[in-house]
Write a protein that binds this ligand. Structure first.
Ligand code: FAD
Length: 471
């Protein structure tokens, strides 16, 4: 249990003070996995969450879970399974109206569609079972740092009263555009502060109930939005309950998300007479992962560190693993008595890059590519691409296309060869970037040099794609 140090009263307000080994801000996927891992190792950990107990876990999401077979141990899959409402999805269905084409594409690995709120509750229960203490209704407003810049805790407001938390380690799991990073002086740390709104996607979704079962309840349906650098989705929670949503990259002209979704819903017969039961919107990072997500006494995980596949917007798996890796290194740092960024914490960056960060950085190159091209050109290209190669490119960050397939693509896509050539060159650069990320430095000493070399590759990427630099 965390210790309650007492309260000080000044006038009518009372400041409550809490001490724990680790304080985690945010009760989402990354926060619950981080805190459960810390608790299972026998340390005191508190999750501070701004929502109330009922609303916690209710998060804007498409509800699609990629890699549904594979969750870190701290909250095992068996505890989350009650929220898996559709485990029969096995492929992507890409609708390309411009080309009058529908591509049915296998998606590698296990897929599921979930009831996201129920999943959020299962996560919280899993973390509670591991020994995590939850403080709901508590909005973190500031970060405490000592005279050397080490983060020592956070401050916030709980139901109108100020509250102070002291900790050996603070884990920022507060999601996209986390306020903690605005409030922390990170100037002397390796922590990535090169974060702008244009690296995010603005997204919105509705839960829709229909009377008649949809025919595509075994597929994740994707469709281009009216402009490039975005997509519309229809993900079947069941054959009569659909998560429908869309998003766009925020370096583009703002899109009227609610109206665009409505227009598409109105065009589709299967949604005649449909009932909307829930609506939510949020931002998510569609960028490369943070170059470094550590500072003395501080780590960021999940959306707060850009741990999202930037081409699909899938962030649940990255959040679960990032939370776990951060907690493991936080424990090691506390046991070593060295919570600076040089020692145990750096290993967290290495583990993230090693598992998924390098792949996501390479995938971001395709995201950059799409911001620079005309939607019709891209859709024609998509329609010409062999499905399984597309799936590899979407999820793997790289794909190899043999001569026969290249010829088939070329024949199918007459009129778009210029774009194909640019895509080919972009792919070479994405592969170069992936190689570079695979050499992410094992310690802090090689970091600046590694960043300089990476930036040089990015310069080439912007030159080839003609895209507006976003970093
Ligand atoms: C519309 C949309 C659709 C998506 N679809 C999918 C999908 O289909 N599949 C997929 O895998 N991913 C999807 N994602 C991404 C996925 O939802 C996120 O990557 C994932 O939820 C990240 O988890 P997290 O724990 O890092 O952050 P979050 O789940 O956002 O959790 C952050 C928590 O921190 C709390 N918090 C924030 N600020 C404070 C504060 N100051 N004080 C206290 N608490 C605070 C919040 O209330 C929240 O509970 C989607 C995202 C959006 C927006």
């Amino acid at each position: 249990m965390s210790s309650y140090d007492g309260s000080t009263t000044g006038g009518a307000t009372t400041t409550r003070s809490v001490s724990a080994d680790v304080v985690v801000v945010g009760a989402g996927t990354s926060g619950c996995y981080a805190a459960a891992t810390v608790a299972q190792a026998g340390y005191d950990v508190v999750i501070v969450e701004r929502k109330d107990e009922h609303e916690a876990g209710h998060i804007a999401c498409g509800d699609a879970l990629k890699g549904a077979s594979d969750f870190p141990e701290a909250i095992p899959k068996s505890q989350l399974e009650p929220a898996f409402t559709n485990t029969g999805v096995d492929h992507g269905r890409f609708e390309i109206p411009q080309e009058d084409t529908v591509l049915e594409i296998p998606v590698p690995g296990e897929l599921a569609v979930i009831d996201r709120w129920e999943y959020g509750r299962c996560l919280i229960e899993g973390a509670e079972r591991a020994g995590v203490e939850f403080h709901y209704d508590t909005v973190v407003q500031n970060v405490r740092q000592d005279e050397n810049g080490r983060v020592t805790g956070v401050t916030g407001i709980r139901k109108g009263d100020p509250v102070t938390y002291d900790a050996e380690m603070v884990i920022d799991a507060a999601g996209a555009l986390s306020i903690l990073q605005d409030k922390t002086d990170l100037e002397d740390a390796s922590f990535d502060t090169n974060v702008q709104y244009s690296q995010f996607c603005s997204a919105y979704r509705e839960i829709i109930e229909v009377d008649e079962p949809v025919e595509w309840d075994d597929a994740l349906v994707f469709k281009p939005t009216e402009r490039s650098a975005g997509y519309l989705w229809y993900f079947p929670r069941t054959d009569t309950e659909i998560n429908a949503g869309l998003g766009f990259q925020m370096n583009e002209e703002p899109m009227e998300l609610v109206d665009s979704l409505k227009r598409d819903l109105d065009r589709r017969e299967e949604f005649d007479g449909a009932k909307v039961t829930d609506k939510l919107g949020a931002a998510l990072p569609t960028r490369r992962p943070y170059d470094s997500a550590v500072a003395p006494g501080f780590m960021a995980v999940g959306d707060a560190a850009g741990h999202v596949n930037p081409t699909t917007g899938g962030g649940i798996a990255g959040a679960a693993y990032a939370g776990t890796y951060a907690a493991e290194q936080a424990i090691e740092a506390i046991e070593d008595g060295r919570t600076g960024e040089e020692a145990a914490l750096w290993e967290y960056n290495v583990n993230v890059m090693d598992h998924f960060g390098s792949r996501y950085a390479a995938l971001d190159v395709y995201n950059i590519f799409t911001t620079a091209y005309d939607i019709d050109d891209l859709m024609a290209l998509l329609a010409a691409m062999p499905g399984e190669k597309l799936a590899e490119a979407l999820y793997g960050g790289s794909t190899s296309i043999g001569l026969g397939l290249k010829l088939k693509m070329a024949v199918n896509s007459v009129g778009h060869w210029g774009t194909i050539y640019d895509l080919y060159q972009t792919k070479q650069l994405a592969d170069r970037l992936l190689d570079h990320y695979e050499q992410y430095p094992d310690d802090r000493a090689g970091f600046e040099q590694w960043q300089r070399e990476r930036d040089a590759i990015m310069d080439d990427i912007y030159e080839v794609t003609g895209a507006e630099p976003k970093y």
